[in-house]
Design a protein around this ligand. Structure first.
Ligand code: NCD
Length: 467
């Protein structure tokens, strides 16, 4: 099967079977890295890196050069026409006419999706703000597979800035899909965003337990866990006591500890940042003497700052430089597949850990906007052509998920586009908590962010909204 012309904007864009197939191509690339220069001859990759990068950018470049292709690069927004006020869509159309494939890193969440929507060539997201970094996840999964043969039933602990770290956001969904158990150990104030946890608990079949109170009790312990996602295949899954579950999981040992740095460029520059830095948890030799870490792979997407002691480098459990080195064969495989230079058989993979959900889409111009200020849909240069668009992920309470950055919001007012008998006096809006939210057909649903907005659209309050 061919993966030609596909995009990789989020980890959802590639199935478990396709990941397995990509890994077999990556093995092939690694085994004969000097013999691949005929695969992408004549092809051009555009590398657009509008945030700092060493590994991702250079491993993509090395991968394309090893495949016999060529690379064009832009690394500074200030040196492109984006600085003159050009939109991402216009840039994407132009670059798409110069290159056969685009790799983009951008500080705005959802920017890679916009490039993919307009470029007309395959687009790979190399990191969009705090949202996702799917190719890092491919390198992480490839490392786990190499070291442990499987991902199913592994216990993976995620450590550090889980709020802003895009690598962990992509990794969480992938681990859940492959049937791993996930232990969350965020730095204080850097917990996983609520929308990520919510998605984890509704779209995957494992069980999510939050251990907030328990965390307090365990403060003095070596490994206070904040939340745990237990794969459905875990034997303790139905025990409702988080402390018992965590003890049992830890007794069995952690298979990998995934450390991340404080994403200081994504915090507001206040005194708070100093606090976050001061309280940031550090992985060192002493922590790794804990019996739960006896056989733990220590992983890190890199760069490291202060959160991972250099003394760990000599430890055979350290994996991070290997992980970075895998970036070349994994990205070679990805480029060759998306450029159609390679076909692979997609093995049948176990997809039973995720639920299939088809959400209704909401894209009316009724004033509802994504609340994430860093979302591409809220940027002045982009609002001229991007219309806010959401998936309706819940009716109780009514919850919209932005299709660009995946942040969620719970708007309070609704109406129907088919008001009773078409008479203007029947044009009423209702509370989103009322029974109307179920009564109005999703395709007729109009959602307002405020009463003011509903009234601006000539709707009057229904009985339940009248003071
Ligand atoms: C990560 C990133 O850019 O998100 N780096 C990488 O690509 N390996 C992690 C980070 O910057 O902390």
């Amino acid at each position: 099967m061919s993966l030609a012309n596909r995009n990789l904007v989020t980890i959802d864009n590639i199935s478990n079977g396709e990941i397995e197939a990509l890994f077999s191509v990556a093995d092939e690339m690694a085994d004969s890295i000097n013999e691949q220069s005929g695969l992408c001859q004549g092809k051009i990759m555009a590398n657009l890196f509008f945030e700092p990068s060493t590994r991702t950018r250079l491993s993509f470049e090395a991968a394309m050069l090893r495949l016999g292709g060529r690379v064009i690069t832009a690394v500074d927004i200030g040196a492109t026409s984006l600085a003159k006020g050009e939109s991402i869509a216009d840039m994407a159309k132009v670059v798409g006419s110069y290159a056969d494939i685009i790799v983009i890193r951008h500080p705005w969440e959802g920017a890679a999706k916009v490039v993919a929507d307009y470029a007309g060539v395959p687009v790979i997201n190399a990191g969009d703000g705090s949202h996702e970094h799917p190719t890092q996840t491919l390198c992480d999964l490839y490392t786990l597979r190499k070291e442990r043969q499987t991902i199913k039933n592994l216990r993976i602990a995620l450590w550090g800035d889980l709020k802003h770290g895009r690598t962990v956001h992509s990794l969480i969904y992938a681990l859940a899909r492959f049937g791993a158990t996930i232990l969350f150990y965020p730095g204080p104030g850097l917990e996983i965003p609520e929308h990520v946890l919510k998605r984890l608990s509704t779209e995957y079949k494992g069980e999510l337990q939050r251990c907030g109170a328990l965390n307090q009790e365990l403060k003095g312990s070596v490994f206070p866990v904040d939340a745990i996602y237990m794969t459905p295949s875990s034997p303790h899954q139905l025990t409702m006591l988080p402390d018992v579950n965590i003890q049992v999981e830890l007794e069995a040992g952690v298979d990998a500890l995934y450390v991340t740095r404080l994403q200081k460029e994504r915090q507001s520059p206040t005194a708070e940042q100093q606090e976050l830095k001061k309280n940031y948890p550090v992985v060192d030799k002493k922590l790794l003497t804990g019996k739960e870490f006896k056989k733990t792979l220590v992983m890190h997407p890199l760069p490291r700052v202060d959160e991972l002691a250099y003394e760990v480098d000599a430890d055979p459990r350290s994996m991070y430089f290997k992980q970075a080195a895998y970036g070349v064969p994994v990205r070679m495989a990805l480029l060759a597949l998306l450029l159609g230079a390679k076909d692979v058989a997609i093995p049948k993979a176990d997809d039973s850990f995720a639920r299939k959900v088809d959400y209704p889409v909401y894209k009316r111009d009724s004033g509802v906007k994504c609340l994430n200020r860093n979302c591409v849909s809220n940027q002045e240069t982009e609002t001229k052509y991007i219309k806010p668009e959401f998936k309706i992920v819940s009716f109780d309470p009514l919850t919209l998920r932005c299709i660009y950055c995946e942040h969620e919001l719970e708007p309070q007012y609704i109406a129907s586009s088919e008001w009773h008998q078409g008479k203007l006096e029947n044009k009423k809006y209702h509370s989103a908590n009322s029974h109307w939210v179920r009564k109005i057909k999703p395709e007729n649903l109009i959602i307002f962010p405020s009463e003011k907005e509903a009234q601006a659209h000539q709707f009057k309050p229904s009985a339940c909204n009248r003071q």
